[in-house]
Design a protein around this ligand. Structure first.
Ligand SMILES: Nc1ncnc2c1ncn2[C@@H]1O[C@H](COP(=O)(O)OP(=O)(O)O)[C@@H](O)[C@H]1O
Ligand SMILES: [Mg+2]
Length: 223
């Protein structure tokens, strides 16, 4: 199993109230498998994905996340950061690109952070940008791109280090049908051919059906 998440709980404490978003969510994803997460807005899909990706931790004393055999939240902060950069590709719902860098630099950033050599990283970045259809925008900054273009750059960035686990939060939410399909084909091909794992949040039932499995987040659990 590339992803094993067990009994995840997450509460957000607000001034006057508490939101108990995840209430014992479990998820296992095997090598080569693509899984869709569906559920209504506010169900906790992004929260779940952030926890799977080592970005936001589950409540203390509750739950466990293993990625590629490593207990994510038992690792030190530095090791978890390293693990994220080497083995997890994350596509944020809101892209999170850096506006002071151009497209190519944004995509190459995780490779640089992981200490990979410049030239092969640059070549791979250009290939990925070509594969997602924004090769003619490499010197633009994110602010000079449409939402759909930013989304595709964020996908290329998530794939630059060839991660074994890709977590994507509504990765085609801002793309037209045709572009969305081609981006999904790329994600599916990489996952299946390389025996990696893909977990994708989507609100589109048709897209969910193209995954090997679809799980619905209801009352804080995956069913
Ligand atoms: N940082 C936060 N602080 C407080 N509440 C939050 C925070 N992040 C998310 N929530 C709440 O948790 C719930 C789930 O949010 P989210 O995971 O973004 O849902 P989804 O992605 O399914 O739409 C929402 O009700 C949201 O208001
Ligand atoms: Mg969300």
């Amino acid at each position: 199993m590339l992803i094993e998440a067990e009994n995840l709980h997450k509460r957000y404490l607000l001034k006057r109230s508490e939101v108990h978003v995840l209430r014992g969510a479990d998820l296992r994803v095997a090598s080569g498998e693509t899984v869709a997460i569906i559920g209504r807005s506010g169900a906790g899909k992004s929260t779940l994905l952030h926890i799977l990706g080592g970005i936001d931790r589950p409540d203390t004393g509750s739950g466990k996340v293993r990625i590629d055999g490593e207990d994510l939240y038992a690792l030190s902060g530095a090791k978890r950061t390293r693990m994220r950069s080497d083995r997890i590709g994350f596509v944020f719902q809101t892209y999170h690109l850096l506006n002071e860098m151009d497209v190519l630099e944004n995509v190459m950033l995780p490779a640089r952070a992981a200490g990979h050599p410049q030239q092969p990283s640059r070549k791979r970045a250009l290939e990925l940008l070509d594969a997602v259809g924004v090769a003619d925008r490499v010197r633009h900054t994110p602010l000079e791109l449409s939402g759909g273009e930013q989304q595709r750059v964020a996908i290329a960035r998530a794939l630059i280090n060839d991660p074994v686990v890709v977590l994507a939060d509504e990765p085609t939410g801002n793309l037209d049908v045709e572009t969305g399909e081609s981006v999904l084909r790329l994600l599916f091909t990489l996952t299946r051919d390389r025996g990696h794992a893909l977990v994708m949040v989507t609100h589109n039932d048709e897209i969910a059906r193209t995954c090997d499995r679809a799980m619905r987040l209801v009352d804080g659990r995956l069913v």
